[in-house]
Ligand binder design. Structure first.
Ligand SMILES: [Zn+2]
Length: 290
């Protein structure tokens, strides 16, 4: 992407280096991470290790607190990652304020954090991935996710990272237009998980389509894209499809548990948005499942 030297958004809060909570937060975060990665067996092993440490005279809790104290150094505010995030957010502001009619687009705030963060949606750790919180209309991004995208998901490149930001901005659009609330009510009416998940998938695919709409204008109007950028975005969409995630985690692929859509669906909806640059083409709710 040709992002260097462009306008940077002022709507970025840099909370990297500020731990959400003290030692307790770190311990909760660690437990969530271990449960997420290794299941309850991981917690049991951790317990055994902790007990072992305790028996040889080391307090495992203070060990963790020591760890958290050492990670609280403030990150430089003007590093490359921060500038990149500010430029991409500014690019989304330009596109969406044009599409909304310039004064009608309420710009969201993006919070960069490291480790863990507290939002109007509650406590979150880096393990939960980037998210949008409708309660405070903020995007939350642990920038280490970009490395994860490259290393764990095999989707490197600046546009892959930009797609992730544009997808979260897509959720902001859904909140502003009221789609989010409509979906939440429909999920409550449905009252069962399978149907609620199906609605969630449509919601996520629409955010992918909106990311595509942004990419359309980023490419045609702003000319920020390089050759190969769209492929980077598609690779990211492919890597974080529910079926691919389940398969890579060694789990059985169970479509009724999907919350984001398959790799193919995610790529398809991003492409629909990108090709047409038209939000009206992003009606994932009335479209048959692609
Ligand atoms: Zn999403």
């Amino acid at each position: 992407m040709k992002w260097q030297g462009r306008r940077e958004s002022a709507n970025v809060e840099d909370r990297r280096g500020a731990a959400a909570a003290g030692g307790a937060g770190v311990i909760i975060m660690l437990l969530r991470f271990i449960i997420g990665r290794f299941g309850i067996r991981g917690v049991m092993i951790l317990g055994v290790v902790g007990l072992g440490l305790y028996m040889v005279g080391v307090n495992p809790v203070s060990l963790l607190q020591g760890q958290s104290a050492s990670t609280q150094q403030a990150a430089p505010a003007d590093d490359n990652t921060s500038r990149f995030v500010r430029v991409i957010l500014a690019e989304t502001e330009d596109v969406w304020s044009t599409l909304f009619g310039s004064n009608d687009y309420p710009e969201p705030t993006l919070v960069m954090f490291s480790g863990s963060v507290t939002s109007a949606c509650g406590y979150a750790s880096a393990a939960s991935g980037p998210f949008y919180c409708p309660g405070d209309k903020k995007l939350y991004l642990d920038t280490s996710f970009f490395n994860e995208l490259a290393e764990r998901f095999g989707a490197p490149g600046d546009f892959a990272a930009a797609y992730v930001i544009a997808h979260e901005v897509g959720h902001h659009i859904q909140t502003v237009t009221g789609i989010s609330n409509q979906v939440r009510s429909a999920q409550q009416r449905a009252g069962n998980e399978v149907e609620a998940n199906a609605l969630q998938v449509k919601m996520e695919l629409q955010a992918d389509c909106y990311a595509g709409v942004w990419a359309h204008y980023a490419d045609r109007t702003s000319k920020i894209l390089d050759a190969g950028d769209i492929e980077e975005g598609l690779r990211a969409a492919n890597a974080i499809g529910d079926d691919t995630l389940q398969r890579n985690a060694g789990r059985r692929v169970t479509p009724e548990s999907f919350t984001h859509g398959t790799s193919q669906q995610r790529q398809d909806w991003f492409t629909i948005g990108y090709r047409n640059g038209d939000v009206n083409r992003c009606d994932t709710f009335s479209a048959g499942s692609l």
